[in-house]
Design a protein around this ligand. Sequence first.
Ligand code: GLA
Length: 403
Amino acid sequence: MTCHPRRLPFSPVLALVLLVTPGGAASALDDGLARTPPMGWNSWNALRLDINEDLVKEVVDVLAEEGLRDAGYEYLVIDDGWQFARDDEGNIVVDPKKFPSGIKALADYVHSRGLKFGLYSDAGAKTCGGFPGSLGHEYQDARTYAAWGVDYLKYDWCHSGNQSAPDSYALMRDALKEAGRPIVLSICEWGTSKPWLWARDVGHLWRTTFDIRPCWDCGQQAHSKGVLIENFIGFTKILDQQVDLESYAGPGHWNDPDMLEVGNGELTHEENRAHFSLWCILAAPLMLGNDIRDMAPEVHAILTNAEVIAVNQDPLGRQGRKVRDDGDLEVWSKELADGSRAVVLFNRSESEADIAFSWPEIGLPEYLSLRVRDLWQQEDKGTFDGSYSAPVPSHGVVMLAVR
Ligand code: GLA
């Protein structure tokens, strides 16, 4: 017998509710950009302000020649430190020592290698590195970026004083629109004004936390406006702050738990794999943050695992959620476009542990027999009834596709 869904009469009120509800289909920024989480490389995590055009070109060559562009990493983003001053007409001047050929020439080179080009600025008077920000020059800067061939703008929040975040970011959104070039707008106000509540119609992605560091669970405390905060944090602490944000993400509008630290600092091989798997299941933007010119083969293998990346880039655009939390042992699940699930079993404890989950926990009926594939081992594990269990290394993950 075929079941026919009951047809509802068309209701203008219902249509309006669907349009404005988080998770609904449309938004004012529905401009075709960032339909899946943006992927690329950003200079900040590995290089800080120590950037120049020769170095950036080397990175571009590695992206193009060592399988990274082909794995999906398409944006080359220069973070803070390319600016120098403003000229008499208020135009932004590029640092002539670091980028003697100018940004346009660099963007042309990036495009010639089949990549897209991104740049950084700040909604305040100065960037976090103390260089000129865009405050009062938003339309002028947007026109400059468009003329240079910029495809992606990361827009920071230092020196923003009493500015309103929604207003400041909407101003740059409008300026970019008027400049006439499709540019992804990456909002970087560190989650302080809960951008997931307002940024869906403003930017394509928004940071949800303070800056990531290449460590398991480190954190440095600082004060902001009299409140004790942690102004940089390890990836497990960032992960904890993503819980309950799932419904705000979708095609064209993503929660951004900050750029990848895979291959950086004190992270072990298991931790690198856990960090990458969890960012993939979160549908997080995947911006490489390591110096890819000097990358260990096992790091390259993590960053280019096509089956794991496919989970991140799944066209349904669901952000995965934590479906079980047994203290140090967690299960994360993400619905995929074909109805299957990606699952990450995450072991935060100091020793190997078995982690089990049942089909209902990942939103599937218990009576089904389902095929399980291990995405890191790249191996089919067989067909299972109702549940699955696997040993998971300390500080590590097992990542599965359940179909
Ligand atoms: C802030 C941002 C970082 C980076 C630096 C640059 O801290 O959160 O991602 O862009 O500024 O100065």
